[in-house]
Design a protein around this ligand. Structure first.
Ligand code: AMP
Ligand code: FES
Ligand code: ZN
Ligand code: ZN
Length: 297
């Protein structure tokens, strides 16, 4: 297989474009797709990139250093023994290699708790709790430190697997969150959100992070429930092999559906912390309140 641009040996096929690329031209393609999100949606200003230490957010940070944006990184230490330390070391090494400032926010130091102790107290699966905590802390950090946007490493495959998982459970609300950009909303102290890898697949992000030689952490979270997500991803990938471009078309359709759905539900400031909620007290504060009560016995 030869590169469609320069006829060197190709390292990857980008099926939706009907092209194959060598290392140099793949990097150009990848950065072009990232740039497209910023240009199309007019995203600019100070960007806080949520760096988990994994391949996607690492590839995303590397790509952002090639764009004309002011970027810093944030790692959240959730206190998961072994896993959080590995991820933190990777995040530190990635940020140092890319010469980007890294901020570390520690759940134990700031809120006196960790994911394992929350799991024990709540007796529930950690994924949704962890999601609530991460989303809350990332937004709060970015808001308090004057960032215009919070960027995450969600890629096209993640987005679609997430939506199909929700469809499989007749759960439609997160449709509203699937676009590449969400505007800031001052009433809930919400910074803007951007997903720079929105048009790029899992495979493309993996290849890009390998080419960039980033010291990523490949460990999986011990609580991760990936069975259905992986199944969805495998299914989407095999569909894409038979129908090149179908992933992007799915994403486009979902975006249009979400535009047609009722949006901008009433958001107000949480009575306790002032951050966004639709219910008086936000999910994060409700969780922390329950935890305090339970730990007091
Ligand atoms: P995930 O839900 O694990 O697929 O993560 C989605 C995105 O959230 C990642 O691409 C990162 O941008 C961000 N993220 C996940 N975990 C962390 C963390 N511990 N610290 C900072 N950002 C994170
Ligand atoms: Fe949150 Fe695994 S990273 S539960
Ligand atoms: Zn080439
Ligand atoms: Zn709150």
């Amino acid at each position: 297989m030869k590169c469609s641009v320069c006829s060197k040996e190709a390292i990857i096929e980008v099926r939706w474009k009907g092209k194959a690329y060598c290392e140099t031209h793949f990097r150009g393609y990848f950065l072009g797709q990232v740039r497209k999100v910023f240009d199309k949606f007019g995203v600019k200003g100070k960007i806080c990139l949520a760096l988990s230490g994994g391949k996607d957010s690492a590839a995303c940070l590397e790509a952002l250093t090639h764009l004309d944006v002011d970027v810093e990184a944030l790692f959240i230490d959730l206190g998961i023994p072994g896993f959080s330390e590995e991820c933190r070391e990777a995040a530190e090494a990635i940020a140092a290699k890319l010469d980007v400032d890294l901020h570390v926010l520690n759940l134990q130091a700031n809120y006196g708790t960790t994911i394992p102790s929350l799991v024990e107290l709540e007796g529930k699966k950690p994924c949704s709790m962890c999601g609530t905590i991460r989303r809350y802390l990332m937004n709060k950090y970015a808001y308090e430190h004057g960032f215009d946007y919070l960027a995450t490493g969600h890629n096209l495959s993640d987005q679609l697997a997430f939506v199909f998982n929700n469809l499989a459970n007749v759960y439609l609300v997160p449709f509203r969150e699937i676009g590449p950009v969400l505007r800031p909303r001052e009433e809930g102290k919400l910074v803007g959100k951007v997903k720079p890898l929105y048009y790029l697949t899992d495979e493309e992000c993996k290849v890009y992070s390998e080419l960039a030689g980033l010291p990523i952490c490949e460990d999986k979270c011990p609580y991760a429930e990936t069975a259905t997500t992986n199944l969805m991803k495998r299914w989407l990938h095999s569909l894409d092999l038979e129908m090149p471009g179908v992933l992007r078309r799915f994403a486009e359709s979902f975006m249009r559906i979400s535009e047609g759905m009722e949006r901008d539900e009433e958001i107000s400031g949480c009575r306790i912390c002032g951050y966004a909620t639709t219910a008086g007290v936000c999910k994060f504060c409700r969780l922390m309140r329950r935890v305090r009560r339970k730990s007091r016995g």
